[in-house]
Ligand binder design. Structure first.
Ligand SMILES: *Cc1c(COP(=O)(O)O)cnc(C)c1O
Length: 395
């Protein structure tokens, strides 16, 4: 490393995202471990109620992880063999995989150049008589254009399953994400806004979806006498369809309850660091900072910079590696789903979604998590500016 490179290098590695666990969280988990219920117990209901209250939904159903929750939502929406579901290529594979679990076909619609979210106009073009649902993703925490998407859904009688894994605490036109679509999924993976280790949840205002989700999470079994076809006695339960064991443990739910109490401060710290990044990169013409839609109040799961490659002498890969060498835990979100080998084998190919593919060539996610300190943010800014300076092409 040159002297200049060393100067802008961190002593210790800074990850792109990470949980923030305090003594209250630890005590919450330990107390459950000392009690009677390790799996479904009182904290499951408490966590579900707390999330529903926070987002303003009528119901919430906790799952073992966000992917299982999406699978449950696809089941509840009635997705099956031959059905098509439209989602974005710029997401984690789970947003499309959940459709395959149900025997359905994921169909992609390209993104909007500015917001990086799925483009409602392109959704409409992909609707066929086989389309049953849309899975829009609130990418990086910025809500999708829900009004336009709900309008397409209404017109064609489609269920909207909002993948809000990035968007706990976000608002669309002043209303909380989680209360707006037919079903909304949140993930509690450690890099997300709050964590339960592994965990996910579906929020909904529909009693019909709620009942299906509850049974799907537990083998398709009901113990509710009103729902049973027969009744052999007090031991009796009924399995009415093929469900899964997708239950969350009670100690995970207790951790979720404890974490959710801190969501406002977590989101406001994320916002503060985003302001610092935006301010620092305002004058750096090679770095395009995230666009903020006026209707959307993002909760900032990710901070993604887009490189102006014409103004740089190297590709994204060299910039990425240079930042890694400076101990900055950069990442790329995401490799477009249709370009993953499993999806390519289904017939998807390079060139199918040009806006998503162009974005993929140019993006880098910078570290962003509430447990960061301002000094960490300054380190990232210093490293990015030094790297850009080193590789900038004078035009
Ligand atoms: C994290 C994530 C998921 C899956 O959540 P898990 O809890 O990890 O299963 C789904 N979609 C998106 C966009 C995600 O970021």
């Amino acid at each position: 490393m040159t002297k200049e490179q060393k100067k802008n290098s961190r002593e210790t590695y800074l990850p792109y995202g990470k949980q923030w666990i305090d003594e209250d969280d630890i005590n919450a988990v330990v107390n459950v471990l000392k009690g009677d219920f390790l799996t479904t117990g009182p904290y499951i209901g408490e966590f579900e109620q707390a999330v529903a209250d926070y987002v303003g939904s009528k119901y919430a159903v906790a799952f073992s992880n966000g992917t299982a929750a999406l699978h449950g939502a696809c089941f509840a929406a009635g997705i099956g063999e031959g059905d098509e579901v439209i989602t974005t290529p710029i997401t984690f594979a789970a947003s499309a995989n959940c459709v395959l679990y149900q025997g359905g076909t994921p169909v992609f619609a390209d993104i909007d150049e500015k917001t990086y979210n799925i483009d409602p106009k392109k959704i409409e073009k992909k609707v066929t008589e086989k389309t049953k649902a849309i899975i829009p993703v609130d990418f990086t925490g910025q809500p999708v254009n829900l009004d336009a998407i709900h309008e397409v859904a209404k017109k064609h009688n489609l269920v909207v399953i909002e993948d809000a894994a990035h968007a706990l605490g976000a608002k669309y036109k002043g209303r909380m994400v989680g209360s707006l679509s037919d079903m909304t999924m949140f993930s509690f993976h450690p890099v997300k806004h709050i964590t339960s280790g592994e965990g996910g949840i579906i929020t909904t205002n529909s009693k019909e979806f709620y009942d299906k989700l509850l049974m799907f999470r537990s083998h398709g079994i009901t113990r509710d006498a009103d729902k049973m076809l027969e009744n052999h006695g007090p031991w009796y339960y009924e399995m009415q369809f093929l469900g899964y064991n997708y239950r969350m443990t009670d100690f995970q739910a207790a951790l979720g309850v404890s974490q959710l109490k801190k969501i406002d401060s977590f989101v406001s710290r994320r916002k503060k660091y985003v302001e610092m990044y935006n301010e620092a990169f305002r004058e750096v013409k090679q770095v395009i900072t995230p666009f903020q839609d006026k209707d959307s109040d993002s909760s900032w799961h990710l901070y993604i910079i887009k490189l102006d490659l014409d103004a740089l002498s190297v590709s994204r890969k060299e910039i990425f590696q240079a930042l890694q060498a400076k101990n900055i835990g950069v990442n790329v979100h995401y490799i477009p789903v249709h370009l993953l080998p499993y999806y390519k084998e289904m017939g998807h190919k390079n060139g199918d979604y040009p806006i998503a593919e162009d974005l993929y060539e140019r993006i880098i996610s910078l570290p962003l998590f509430p447990a960061m300190e301002e000094k960490d943010v300054q380190d990232v800014i210093g490293a990015v500016k030094a790297t850009i300076r080193e590789y900038s092409r004078e035009v």
